[in-house]
Design a protein around this ligand. Sequence first.
Ligand SMILES: NC(=O)c1ccc[n+]([C@@H]2O[C@H](COP(=O)([O-])OP(=O)(O)OC[C@H]3O[C@@H](n4cnc5c(N)ncnc54)[C@H](OP(=O)(O)O)[C@@H]3O)[C@@H](O)[C@H]2O)c1
Length: 250
Amino acid sequence: MKILEGQVALITGARRGIGKATIESFARMGADVWACARSFDSEFEEFCSSLSSEWGVEVRPLYFDLEDKKQIMASIKEVRKVGQITCLVNCAGIVAESSSFAMTKAESVMRVLDVNLVKQMELTQYALRGMADGGSIVNLSSIAAAGGMPGQYAYACSKNAVEIWTKMLAQELGVRSIRVNAVAPGFVDTDMGNQAAGDLLDRILDSTVMKRMAKPQEIADVIAAISSNLFSYMTGQTVYVDGGGASRNG
Ligand SMILES: NC(=O)c1ccc[n+]([C@@H]2O[C@H](COP(=O)([O-])OP(=O)(O)OC[C@H]3O[C@@H](n4cnc5c(N)ncnc54)[C@H](OP(=O)(O)O)[C@@H]3O)[C@@H](O)[C@H]2O)c1
């Protein structure tokens, strides 16, 4: 179903994991895509052009590090030269090494909060200048936002903050009919999902209804669907996609 035909999406974290699956979902559903990765990668370039030819859309790679404001500004300038975007997906994110509270270092907390919250806000501020009224923003939260995650103090706090930011931004952007929602996955089979679950994976999965990790595409399709006009009255919400998610209750 081409429910995103005519849309132009900017999607971060697109080189791997959920972001990579998301550029695929958007292309399959008919959108042109700015696929954002941290640095040049020839395999990523090939993947983007294979999506363009397979789905008859434009999937253009765009390179910037979220931690480098100048790179962000230059990239958004490039995007604005081509035209407006209608969808933004803030998918890039990091976790820290797992540690007890006593061993959690302030620098590590600050870096995770910076990348997962502050830099997402900064990119969104720039992106909004080139965004059409009536568009959609989707942020990535996590089940950690609701129930915490063992050893991941900074990560869980950053995702909890993303949810309240999502709600507040939805209120502010209602006047432009830009919808702002978040998707909160459970454990997804990506580099991050496997790192975050670590040795607790079996125990965690046992406490979910589905008894397995999500495939990245299962999260990506939800992100793409709620970005479409099928969800035109939904804003300020966080959608938990966690396989039945008893795990989010700790
Ligand atoms: N996997 C899960 O179980 C899970 C569960 C809940 C929520 N989430 C959330 O879903 C999102 C995607 O997770 P994932 O599992 O796909 O993670 P992933 O496989 O580790 O990929 C993370 C992506 O973020 C990019 N990134 C990190 N720091 C960046 C920076 N400073 N500038 C630009 N890009 C940067 C990475 O770029 P490089 O490729 O260049 O490193 C990578 O493409 C994250 O926000 C995560 O918190 C994941």
